[in-house]
Design a protein around this ligand. Structure first.
Ligand SMILES: [Zn+2]
Ligand SMILES: [Zn+2]
Length: 400
């Protein structure tokens, strides 16, 4: 047994009593997954549950399918704390067998655990509503669409979820199958990366494959560029900083004996610091210009900024860390978390100090170890009570 499960002893009876309901909700979401901005059924169930809790001021249709609910306690002039969950699924065909709640929506699957995030926050919602009179201040629950892309946080913020009043703090969690249930990981400062999309168009001059002297071969140029790109992170980025440049797609040419007209490369670049993000862009432009000089091509580099780095406020992170250690016991809170993945929780954290943390949802003994976004992804539902208890304890630090 994982010694981290000692954390269950600290889970309040109200949360334990809701364990079955949270599992039921999660399995319902899991069975009926909806991709970004199509979370219509999910949002309706969220709103219905919140309605049933009583006391919430509920806004639906925020950024298309988002739901925001405010619970104001006995003293409305007190601080407001925000909690965020994401509701969207991925366009992946589920391959889990032997579970009776597998996706019934072909080609769509909750393969990242956002079904769990929504269920956990609904559990929290019920406990808060039942204890509304004890709160001084309020709690805002944010259920957002489209975290996996194109991004629901930014439009939710544009529609005012961080205003009237502005929260003093925001917290969110991600279940994590690569971390054992009972453990938690978090970090101060940037924990997840700037996520930028790359599109590189290399124009040449097509022609007969046997007469290259009459052409400008963009495939040869692209090959050089891909190799040169490998020098950006290794030679231009500070070795004590981190960055990634990956080309994931090459498109060009149509037949074996003709030289192509153009090649399109697509990829992703990741970094933690704004100056590194700018450096990567600069170096890509330099390499593109150098390529054109060498090969006579015309290269266009486009960097599309998707999500900024997810930056945890140091004070809020220390608070989350101490709350987690209290619940899970010493040795079960890993600090210094850093991932090259992207998260649109980052947009909220640019506006409001807060902390985004990862709670363990893996369990080797139960055979739960598939990585996120895998068609066989699953998670240990025992993590739900721990996640709910942690969020409640964090809220209580501000509004009790
Ligand atoms: Zn994901
Ligand atoms: Zn996710």
């Amino acid at each position: 047994m994982n010694p981290g499960l000692s954390g269950f002893e600290g889970v309040r009876a109200e949360v334990r009593d809701l364990a079955g309901e949270m599992v039921r909700l999660r399995r319902d979401f899991h069975r009926h997954p909806e991709p970004g901005f199509e979370e219509v059924g999910t949002a309706a169930k969220v709103a219905e549950w919140l309605e049933g809790c009583g006391g919430y001021q509920i806004r639906t249709g925020v950024a298309k399918t988002g739901v925001v609910a405010d619970l104001i306690g006995r003293d409305p002039s007190g601080p407001l704390v925000a909690l965020r969950a994401d509701m969207d699924a991925l366009r992946i065909q589920e391959q889990n067998e032997g579970i009776d709640y597998a996706s019934e929506n072909p080609g769509v699957m909750h393969a990242c655990g956002h079904d769990a995030h929504t269920a956990i926050l609904l559990g929290v919602a019920r406990v808060l509503a039942d204890n509304r009179d004890a709160l001084k201040g309020g709690v805002r629950l944010i259920f957002q669409p489209a975290e996996e892309g194109p991004g629901g946080a930014e439009p939710m913020i544009r529609e005012g979820v961080l205003r009237d009043p502005k929260p003093v703090a925001i917290f969110g969690l991600h279940v994590w199958s690569l971390l054992p249930v009972g453990d938690l990981a978090l970090g101060e400062g940037p924990i997840m990366a700037y996520t930028d999309e790359l599109q590189i168009r290399i124009r040449g001059k097509g022609g007969h494959g046997a007469m290259p002297q009459e052409t400008i071969d963009p495939i040869v140029a692209a090959s050089h560029l891909i190799v040169e790109l490998q020098s950006v992170v290794s030679r231009s980025v500070d070795p004590l900083d981190s960055a990634v440049l990956s080309i994931g797609k090459i498109r060009g040419g149509s037949i074996m004996n003709a030289i192509a007209d153009e090649v399109i490369l697509e990829g992703t670049q990741r970094s933690f610091l704004p100056e590194t993000q700018a450096l990567l862009k600069r170096r890509l432009d330099d390499l593109g210009r150098g390529l054109d000089k060498t090969f006579g091509t015309q290269t266009e580099v486009t960097v599309i900024e998707r999500y900024p780095a997810t930056v945890n406020d140091p004070e809020m992170t220390r608070l989350a860390s101490s709350v987690a250690e209290e619940l899970l016991g010493p040795g079960h809170v890993q600090t210094g978390l850093r991932l090259m993945g992207g998260e649109d929780m980052s947009f909220y954290l640019r506006e409001v100090p807060g902390c985004f943390f990862f709670i363990g949802a893996g369990n080797a003994a139960k055979g739960i170890s598939s990585p996120h976004h895998n068609p066989g992804f699953n998670l240990d539902e025992d993590s739900f009570v721990l996640g709910a208890e942690l969020l409640l304890r964090l809220v209580e630090r501000f509004v009790l």
